[in-house]
Design a protein around this ligand. Sequence first.
Ligand code: ZN
Length: 393
Amino acid sequence: MLLKNDVTRYHYLITLHTICSIAFIIRFIVLCTDLSSAKKDSIAFPIIILLLELGSSFVTFIANLCYVFLRYIGSILFESDRENVGCCSQSFAWNLSTLTCFRCECYLEYPQLISITRFNILIAFEIIRFIGFILACVCASRYSPIGVGYAILAAFSFIPSLWLLIVEYLHYRRLWFHYHPDVSSDEKREYDSHHLRFLPLALTNDQQTSYWQKSRCNKGNNCLSRNLYHVIMYHSSNTRYPPEQTTDGQIVIGFHQTSHASAASIAKTNFKPGQSGWIGPGIYFATSLDHTEFKANQFGAYICAKVNLGKTRRITAPQQWPSTEEYDTVYYQHPIGADEFCVHDPKQILSWIILIDQDPNKQLLEQRNILPLSSGKYIEDRLEDITYRGCFI
Ligand SMILES: [Zn+2]
């Protein structure tokens, strides 16, 4: 996979954006020169091209300036994510600078659409520029030499722009389709059909907002969405998902924490039920991601799953768990809300997404004898969270 390294992508973006911006300034100067020297009857052609340029390249030029500004000055200007400077909040400023300010409700359920929107906006701008270029080519001979000069410049400017589009598309694919923590072997990766994908923990809401644990989903704890993408992206940390009642066949959200190596294995061959546990043998889930921190024995990878409880026995003390195989799930209603449940059959786990902590506490993992991936590292395919901080693209 090209552009495996996130830092490389970031360098590409900076270089290509700089080249595109310089090319835009030169084209703009050429157009203005053309306008100032044009006769009154021939002014329409450069004006249309100028408008097309302003509607496309100028917008990206301003967005890129805004991005650089926010990257270096943003943390000084905005103390928290929701704080406004003038009428502009930090999250809106980031959305503007990454061309993702156009948002609709569906993005909450499908956050991957945010990065594809940016890609589509970039394509739309290139199409607008291409129209300007065609117009310049058609009319170039009539307004030579400046018209010809502009057409040649515009043609060359498409090279970095197309390159930029390729980089952004590869990035989108890598983030949402090809991100795997385990890339040591070249063997074809075949995952269990219930495994949706791996995602880096750095991408989730709590890692992204400067206002710690403030969900970007305005519904907060009252949110009814049970879409795994939504849960992970916007309620990944302290939102709790304990069902008030547990009816047979109920589908709930569960959280499980394990090691990097076990997560890689689960992705390929599904969960393996444990032989014992304090509410019986099976696969254990907490009802919030935070609770896995003190419930798990293995650390480094978080699994968020949609689970069918099947036939459920709800208990209020651990010793009440039934030893018969009469129930599919034992649900332990914890006195202080740290509920957990144990499912007996992996088939009850309908789908899951695995979040990878890219900066695990290696010392702690080694002390507890938690094994790394087969390569000897805890993380091989790394996404640099600095390039995502403050925005989500
Ligand atoms: Zn929500």
